[in-house]
Design a protein around this ligand. Structure first.
Ligand code: HEM
Length: 468
């Protein structure tokens, strides 16, 4: 028959529709709607009609749709302007893609992984003595992981204080440590305001604080300041130059740097924490991961010294750790919950896997929420709430396939999004997490006190809601 429009549910409040329910608990709200309407439905949220597609076998139609029909940037501009004060230019997405392909994947990743490792070593070594004596608070492990990974990642991307390789090298390192610690403090404040900022529901006082923080980051990360740094990454450098060549004014490029910092650092630290915690809670996983890392080190003729994080792990070594890869993927399955949103640019028909066709209307939005539709689906991932470090591997170490309704799934775990907007930093992110965890595993008995604490991953995952 002719395509019909998906069932429409406007809620009871004019214009707002279901905005409040959605904000309060997106996962619960969407599950309820799925029970009520089925695998596709349209809901009103804050003046926009969102069509949610809940059947992962039909995701392809959205993910692969040409940009002339479904555009992810159109939606993003408003958000990025509000949250980062940045006005994207026409070729922005292209610039991110080109620079990321060059510096965050393939051979470019060799350099970035090396930079990350060196900065991690500075941070972990330097902090060791003072940290171990410090009383841990409830959020100690989370803070420890986020702090170290944020600062090492920041230094690897945005560069070091000048002076490396000179007599004042120690002083330069000291300044790196102090400055990155200060930046992390401010970043956390912004991180906490972020969800309400994104939804534009900050009360006036917090709004002023967000404004202050934004300005601080623009300044600290400014093009002018970064000219003073050593080892600034090609990823940052190239993007800044591309924008300059396009005539984007310097103050706007400063703002873009803040956006990049946030995209790069908002999720990696928390993910590192979750992986570390899951490994500590699952001794069999910890052992498997350790054995694999030891084997890779032995093959590279490096000894693991108990209690010392200083081993030299390279990109090439990190390509030989399928068990650790699976553990990272499993961690993200359990904790990462991006919502993928596209604007409908022109009327179009969406064909579902069951053959039914639905008409999507120009001006509406389409959204996927893989956390509940795939990552937590017991049919796709049995015992979805359990951490199984080798879930993504077959017995022989090859990658496993996943099925729904007897059909093989292409999209069975989507912490990075998918299609044109898929996270361009994902390979670097995984390497950062792996480096951090392997550096933390040997000889850190004090971590074990955290095993007695109860942790629950936030329902909507981490602050993963970038989608620009
Ligand atoms: C565990 C860590 C990370 C997770 C879970 C993550 C996840 C995501 C997701 C879900 C998106 C949006 C995708 C979409 O809308 O379809 C995204 C975008 C992005 N991510 Fe990541 N990311 C992580 C780490 C990183 C790192 C380390 C970098 C860079 C060094 C990075 C750079 C970016 C950029 C630049 C974008 C915007 C892409 C664009 O507009 O084209 N991310 N990320």
């Amino acid at each position: 028959g002719r395509p019909t429009e998906p069932p429409l549910d406007k809620g009871h409040i004019p214009w707002l529709g279901y905005a409040l329910d959605f904000r309060k608990n997106s996962a619960e709200f969407l599950k309820k709607m799925q029970r009520r309407h089925g695998d596709i439905f349209t809901v009103l949220i804050g003046g926009y009609y969102f069509t949610f597609l809940m059947d992962p076998l039909s995701f392809r139609a959205i993910v692969k749709a040409p940009r002339a029909k479904l555009d992810f940037e159109a939606f993003a501009v408003e958000l990025v302007t509000r949250v980062f004060g940045y006005h994207p230019c026409k070729n922005n997405h292209k610039i991110i893609q080109v620079s990321s392909t060059k510096h965050l994947m393939g051979d470019g990743l060799v350099v970035m992984t090396q930079a990350m490792m060196e900065n991690l070593q500075t941070l972990m070594f330097h902090n060791r003595d003072s940290r171990e004596e410090r009383p841990w608070q409830q959020d100690g492990l989370f803070h420890y992981s986020y702090n170290i990974v944020f600062r090492a990642g920041y230094l690897a991307l945005f560069g070091n204080e000048p002076g490396m390789g000179t007599p004042s090298e120690e002083k330069a390192k000291e300044r790196d440590l102090i400055q990155s610690e200060e930046l992390f403090d401010e970043f956390q404040k912004y991180d906490r305001l972020f969800p309400r900022l994104a939804y534009a529901v900050l009360p006036p006082r917090d709004k002023m604080e967000a404004e202050r923080l934004k300005r601080l980051f623009w300044k600290v990360l400014s093009v002018k300041n970064s000219r003073e740094k050593d080892n600034i990454s090609g990823w940052i450098n190239d993007q800044e130059q591309f924008l300059a060549e396009l005539g984007v004014p310097e103050y706007m490029r400063d703002r873009f740097m803040f956006l990049l910092l946030w995209a790069a650092q908002g999720n990696t630290g928390p993910s590192s924490f979750w992986l570390l915690l899951y490994l500590m809670k699952h001794p069999e996983a910890m052992q498997a991961v350790r054995e694999e890392v030891d084997k890779v080190l032995a093959e590279a003729h490096q000894e693991v010294k108990p209690g010392s994080p200083v081993v030299n792990i390279t990109r090439d070594m990190l390509m030989k750790t399928p068990v650790l890869d699976s553990a990272v993927e499993e961690t993200l399955r359990l904790t990462a919950a991006p919502i993928l949103i596209r604007a409908v640019v022109e009327d179009l028909n969406l064909k579902m896997a069951n053959g039914r066709e639905y008409a999507l209307r120009k001006g509406d939005r389409v959204a996927l929420f893989p956390y509940i539709t795939v990552q937590m689906d017991p049919e796709v991932h049995p015992e979805p709430h359990t951490f199984k470090y080798n879930r993504f591997l077959n017995q022989d170490g090859t990658k496993k396939d996943f099925y729904k309704n007897g059909k093989k799934l292409k999209y069975f775990n989507m912490p990075w999004g998918a299609g044109t907007s898929i996270c361009p930093g994902r390979f670097f992110a995984v390497n950062e997490i792996k480096l951090f965890v392997q550096g933390t595993l040997p000889g850190k008995p004090y971590l074990e006190q955290f095993l007695s604490l109860e942790w629950t991953p936030p329902l909507t995952g981490l602050a993963i809601f970038i989608s620009f």
